[in-house]
Design a protein around this ligand. Structure first.
Ligand code: FAD
Length: 453
């Protein structure tokens, strides 16, 4: 009997453990479900990225005599209906560890059990090098700090890439609802090349040009020297083990492996503390005082649009709007700025990021925000308030990154671009700083100490 492979965050055909398991048992129907619950929270770039990735997967499947069956609806209805239609013996998936994903899969499993022949939901593999829950402390407790997790993760190790082969798989067809057209994207929005081919090309480029210097260059947004694999990892057009299998032991490769471990770490944190997706990891911060009201709203809008008057912050926010992606250094800075300079709650910023980021990932995003807000895992950087001006001078010393994203400042030479208020004439059309950083820093520390005491 055929089986169904239900694709979710694994939109690829190589290094796909669940597909390998299914194909060994017989013909395979490739299914994707457009689930409104998940689609509701995705903004334009992320929606377009998903649809382009689905089209790429469909094209790859067609090359091998198959095709992607895309259906719209509740997974607990659609998946069992599809399985029944083709008389499937099982539905194969890569395990999902997000709170919603785990609940959804349990509901699907229950519905499948009620069908004739009771096909099972078979979970093989996950989107991670090491599945959440596997790396724990000696006493079985989960890690709350990254560095010991990382050591343990290295000791644990991971499997070789799975040898799934679309050419050696027999594919089953069925009618579907089709993949919707892309939503309108803002002017100048550029998305990466989608699909497995896009992921492989991005990885090959980075290995050639970026990996050797990654340990030092990854902090330089002006050099644009990171891998940009995050949109692919998010949607599974590549599995992290495929990347890990290519890494040796140079300093660049060691640094890259460590960053991939952060992804596994945050997935594990979310698995053990599902409430940290929307609530405070450190509960003391629930009593933190934030600004609300019309002025706070206006400040929030200025932050979203990249009009705070702090060039480095604005450049980051505008990169997000244009590319659906932002360099990690800027993510840390603009998050710190929202919480500690504008005194707005991290959840507001996290939602804006999830709307726009093509790599928007619940575990990485919410915990990245909580880290920046000082409310998350790892030693709380209680007194760490990023300085939006000196951060720019340090990590964008010639001002190239700012000039790339803030056209009003394009004619300001060198690092002077980080302090437009010191120029003989304030650049036309560029806003004056929304706040006084030194003052807001003191205010942030006052509010934080009230929470911590
Ligand atoms: P590279 O530097 O090339 O890193 C390679 C890969 O390692 C990344 O693709 C990612 O999978 C992983 N990685 C690197 N840094 C981190 C990190 N700090 N935490 C977790 N994984 C990491 N990452 C997301 O994938 N999705 C998000 O929604 C997201 N939101 C963030 C929000 C904030 C406030 C912060 C501070 C960080 C966030 N990150 C998020 C982490 C990080 O910024 C991105 O993974 C990285 O910028 C992606 O670019 P890259 O692929 O070129 O990274």
């Amino acid at each position: 009997a055929p089986s169904v492979v239900w694709f979710r965050r694994d939109l690829r055909l190589r290094d796909h453990a669940a597909l390998l398991t299914a194909a060994q048992q017989g013909p395979v129907l490739a299914l994707f479900v457009l689930d409104d619950v998940l689609l509701r929270t995705a903004g334009g770039p992320r929606t377009a990225w998903l649809r382009r990735s689905l089209r790429a997967l469909d094209a790859d499947l067609r090359e091998h005599g198959g095709g992607l069956v895309v259906r719209r609806g509740r997974p607990a209805d659609v998946v069992p209906a599809t399985a029944a239609e083709v008389g499937a013996s099982a539905v194969h998936v890569s395990a999902d560890f997000t709170p919603y994903g785990a609940r959804r899969d349990t509901a699907v499993e229950t519905a499948l059990a009620g069908l004739p022949g009771s096909p099972g939901l078979v979970r093989t593999g996950s989107p991670y090098a090491v599945a959440p829950g596997r790396v724990v402390r000696g006493d079985g407790a989960p890690y709350q700090v990254f560095t010991p997790f990382y050591r343990s993760w290295l000791d644990h190790g991971w499997r070789r890439p799975a040898e799934s082969d679309p050419a050696a798989t027999t594919w089953v067809a069925a009618p579907g609802d089709g993949i919707p057209d892309d939503p309108e994207l803002g002017d100048g929005t550029t998305l990466p090349e989608p699909g497995e081919a896009g992921a492989a090309a991005a990885w090959a480029r980075f290995r050639e040009e970026g990996l050797a210097g990654y340990d030092t260059d990854r902090d330089r947004p002006d050099h644009d020297a990171t891998s940009r694999m995050s949109p692919h990892l998010k949607i599974g057009t590549v599995h992290p083990r495929t990347l890990l299998a290519d890494l040796g032991h140079s300093t660049g490769e060691d640094a890259y492996r460590r960053q991939l471990a952060w992804r596994d770490f945050y997935a594990a944190v979310l698995h053990f503390w599902p409430r940290s997706a929307h609530g405070y990891f450190r509960r003391a911060f629930e009593s933190m005082e934030y600004d609300t009201g019309a002025e706070a709203q206006q400040r929030f809008r200025a932050w979203q649009e990249g009009r705070t008057g702090f060039p480095y912050v604005d450049a980051g926010m505008r990169q997000l709007l244009a590319e659906g992606w932002m360099h990690n250094r800027l993510r840390m800075l603009v998050a710190s700025f929202l919480v500690k300079d504008l005194h707005l709650e991290w959840t507001l910023g996290a939602r804006h990021f999830m709307d726009h980021l093509v790599d928007g990932d619940l575990a990485n995003n919410q915990h990245g925000w909580q880290w920046a807000a000082g409310t998350g895992t790892d030693a709380a950087p209680y007194f760490r308030v990023f300085n939006p001006i000196t951060q720019g001078e340090k990590f964008d010393p010639q001002g190239d990154y700012v000039r790339r994203w803030v056209p009003e400042l394009r004619d300001v030479p060198g690092k002077a671009v980080h302090r437009p208020w010191d120029l003989p004439q304030h650049p036309v059309g560029y806003p004056h700083p929304l706040v006084d950083h030194a003052e807001e820093r003191r205010e942030a520390l006052r509010r934080l100490s009230a929470v911590q005491s």
